[in-house]
Design a protein around this ligand. Sequence first.
Ligand code: HGY
Ligand code: MN
Ligand code: MN
Length: 411
Amino acid sequence: MSLSNLTVDGDRLIHRLEELAKIGALEGGGCCRLALSEEDRQGRDRVVGWMRDLGLAVSIDGIGNVIGIRAGSEDGPPVMVGSHIDTVRTGGIYDGCLGVIAGLEVIQTLNDAGITTRRPLAVAFFTNEEGARFAPDMMGSAVHQGFLDLDEALAVTGIDGTVVGEELQKISYCGDAETGHFRAHCFIEMHVEQGPVLDAEGTAIGVVEGVQGISWTELVIGGVSNHAGTTPMRMRCDAAVVSARIAVEARSIAEDMGGDQVATAGVVEVAPGLVNVVPNRALMTVDLRNTDERLLQQAEARLFSYADKVASDEGATIERRTLARFAPVDFAPEMTDLIEKIAKGQDLSTRRMPSGAGHDAQMFAPNCPTAMIFVPSRDGISHNIEEFTKPGDIQAGANVLLHVVLEKAES
Ligand code: HGY
Ligand code: MN
Ligand code: MN
């Protein structure tokens, strides 16, 4: 069979995706497999089982990243695909998982066709891409590619007070493969767009040229708890009001700056959280992103100085902690050109675009030629159980992935 006619089996791919989605399934759809949870362990076991069924040599490193290797006719750095299988609490079934399952489908397609590539191939899933339980996000791939120290990652305390290293031991995914030095020949990540562009335009393939910069900050505001009825307004030190003003300012910063600037106050916890008590503590997070590093720094500077001022005006204390900070990343033109060429060769509509979401691919970009293939998200919805991508779009994206892998594996 000529390689150019080779296609993936879309039904088999979607079946695996739906099988994985049963683990941590939520009422009404979607799934919750927070990093290093029991559900994450079960999902990991399921994917490792598929890797082994497909004849991949599976290795697990010190932060729990899992890599399945398929030998080539020659040795050397593999052509690597993959993503993550951990989810946010209100996760869809495609975010991350699609890139891993599509990678397995590429392997099975080649196995079925009896094809051995020149270069080895690798399919991976990385620990804690989401960062929802343990910050920063892309933790596993950052350690894997040498941008985050392993011991520092293992020592991270999560939003629930648990520690990464201990939770990793609990799920038995603390492996002995070394971290930080693995180099791929190239890395391609297939992922749902998670935004509205492709779906609104009716475009089949997003040729992702880079990932925007990410800034996650935790702010803890200290006020004075007091009686809601007897305390005159001029005597209050209300932590909740300070956090509310900061959340509104984050929105104003994004609106004033426009362009790619976005801002989200995703966590706002107020204590003691009683109807008749002036709050004495607020813990909140602010997620700022921009494709331009200089503008992202401007957004941070405006937010931080506003937060300090509004806290001091209220007589409150304020402490800031960086949870994650990644500069924007550009992908390799040789890879984006190849993705675009192959997609067009399959008569698929394409458009070049940045990624609004963070991805494991951004950790590979400084170390090897890297790019991403986006497929549409219905109504641009993600991090939401309504997340959906049409089977035809999944098949199309996986076929592009297959042929990019083949071309790089023989180049
Ligand atoms: O936050 C992100 O962009 C990714 O989902 N971790
Ligand atoms: Mn993702
Ligand atoms: Mn995500």
